[in-house]
Design a binder for this molecule. Structure first.
Ligand code: CMC
Length: 430
């Protein structure tokens, strides 16, 4: 028999029996699905700190022990041995591909890299200095207007084609946002290059000059994309799921995910880290900024520190820190004051009682911006880079949700705290 929890009302003695649901790993959950129907009670959990919104077999996180696994595989093993498209296959289909499956998958993705020619004219409608995330949201949403032939969300083949299109076209859209910002012609993709190499080509080549990325640049980008590919029910993934639960088309859902990712508490943190380091400017100012971060009357927070789920360390940060040193050693021979500032700020914060008590450690985005900067990617593109990688996680979650026969529209309730019923007062009597 399943374990049960019994909740009781201390005044009336009324009890509610709640079944426990367990997964393959991680904490058990109380099944409260019948709570409202049977007892007229709601569960209150702002920020969903103790709420499992769904079951999922894609990603597992143990925040206390600093564990992250995609489909059961530890992130450290994937980071050391895999590449982004292999990980994308894993997330989407549940298994690492065989050699033949990988070749086929790479072939399919590369066949979908171009965007419709008329879509390219959309970019001209944006101001030259529009934030690339703003352009991304608009252009990604517009894909719903171009790819009607794969919009039947109840047809598994349509869902698969839409997933392929999203993964293949998002780097093309992202690079086009950058080209629009810098006033250069949008580059066509090159299907003879791998996923990361092609993205760097679309970013930095021009019709008059080829761009040959270094091996280290491609290696770093693969790592960053793998680490950012999925992270279970974070804000943007939950946004995609909620948007998708109403039956909205996948392109509209991914556009909503990009919008949610943009905030500085989520994917916008990597851009915010760089801005913060530039604002701090010098190691002599570290103490002042640590004091600001601790001051409850000051809105300043140490960007790139803390995580809702990781209360020990972020395993992605460890992998990124190592890559950051490698990239800077190989790609910039000068002394890098930003990295030195970041290292010292990290050291001071990790010894500070405020950060120790609250288990605030550097997260994945603390170092990612420094790597992107070394690759000549401007700060306003950092969150775009995150969005390219997370698109894989978003489509995997969207597909998983739509294929689940028990899927229903997501519809949270609320505790109403507004005015009680009152009568309308004519305007001349107010
Ligand atoms: N600097 C200073 N204090 C902090 C910070 C920080 N970065 N993060 C949390 N705290 C404090 C917070 O003030 C609170 O203190 P107290 O208990 O005294 O009120 C305590 O730590 C708990 O914070 P919280 O806001 O309740 O934690 P949360 O789980 O709601 O927020 C977070 C998590 C990531 C939004 C938050 O830590 C934060 O804003 N960090 C900076 C932004 C950032 O780096 N975000 C990227 C997250 S990783 C990439 C991704 O997955 O998107």
């Amino acid at each position: 028999m399943a374990d049960k929890y019994i909740l009781s009302n201390s005044t009336t003695g009324d009890t509610v029996d709640l079944n426990l649901i367990t997964g393959t790993d991680g904490p058990a959950a109380l099944d409260i699905t019948g709570l409202y129907k049977e007892r007229g009670l709601l569960a209150y959990d702002p920020g969903f700190v103790s709420t499992a919104s769904c079951t999922s077999s894609i990603t597992y996180i143990d925040g206390e022990r600093g564990i992250l696994r995609y489909r059961g595989y530890p992130i450290e093993q994937l980071a050391a041995n895999s590449n982004f498209l292999e990980v994308a296959h894993l997330l989407l289909y549940g298994e690492l591909p065989t050699k033949t499956e990988l070749l086929e998958f790479e072939g399919i993705i590369s066949q979908h890299t171009m965007i419709r020619e008329t879509m390219r004219t959309f970019f001209d409608g944006f101001h030259y200095n529009a934030h690339p995330m703003a352009i991304m949201i608009g252009v990604t949403g517009s894909m719903s207007a171009f790819y009607h032939d794969s919009l039947d969300i109840h047809d598994p083949r349509h869902r698969e084609i839409s997933a392929h299109r999203m993964i293949a076209k998002i780097p093309t859209i992202a690079a086009a946002c950058y080209k629009h910002n810098v006033g250069e012609p949008i580059m066509y993709p090159r299907n003879d290059l791998d996923y990361c190499g092609n993205f760097l080509h679309m970013m930095f080549a021009t019709p008059c000059e080829e761009y040959v990325p270094s091996k280290t640049a491609i290696e770093a980008m693969n790592l960053l994309f793998i680490l950012h590919a999925d992270h279970e029910q974070n804000a943007s993934t939950s946004t995609v799921r909620l948007a998708g639960s109403s039956g909205a088309n996948p392109f509209a859902c991914i556009a909503s995910g990009i919008a949610s990712l943009w905030g500085p508490a989520h994917g916008g943190a990597n851009e915010a880290v760089l801005k913060m380091l530039e604002e701090i400017g010098d190691v002599s100012n570290i103490a002042k900024y640590i004091a600001k971060a601790k001051d409850k009357n000051d809105p300043f927070r140490l960007m790139g520190f803390g995580h809702r789920v990781y209360r020990n360390f972020d395993p992605r940060a460890t992998l990124i820190r190592e890559m950051c040193h490698k990239v800077l050693a190989e790609l910039s021979d000068e002394h890098n004051p930003l990295l030195e500032l970041a290292s010292q700020l990290e050291e001071v914060a990790l010894k500070d009682e405020y950060f120790i008590e609250r288990k605030l450690y550097p997260n994945v985005d603390y170092y990612s911006g420094i790597i992107y900067r070394a690759l000549n990617i401007p700060a306003n593109m950092f969150t775009v880079m995150f969005a390219i990688a997370r698109t894989v996680g978003w489509v995997a979650h969207w597909s998983e949700m739509i294929s689940d026969p028990s899927q229903r529209i997501g519809r949270p309730r609320q505790i109403y705290v507004g005015a009680k019923e009152r009568d309308y007062v004519p305007i001349d009597k107010r």
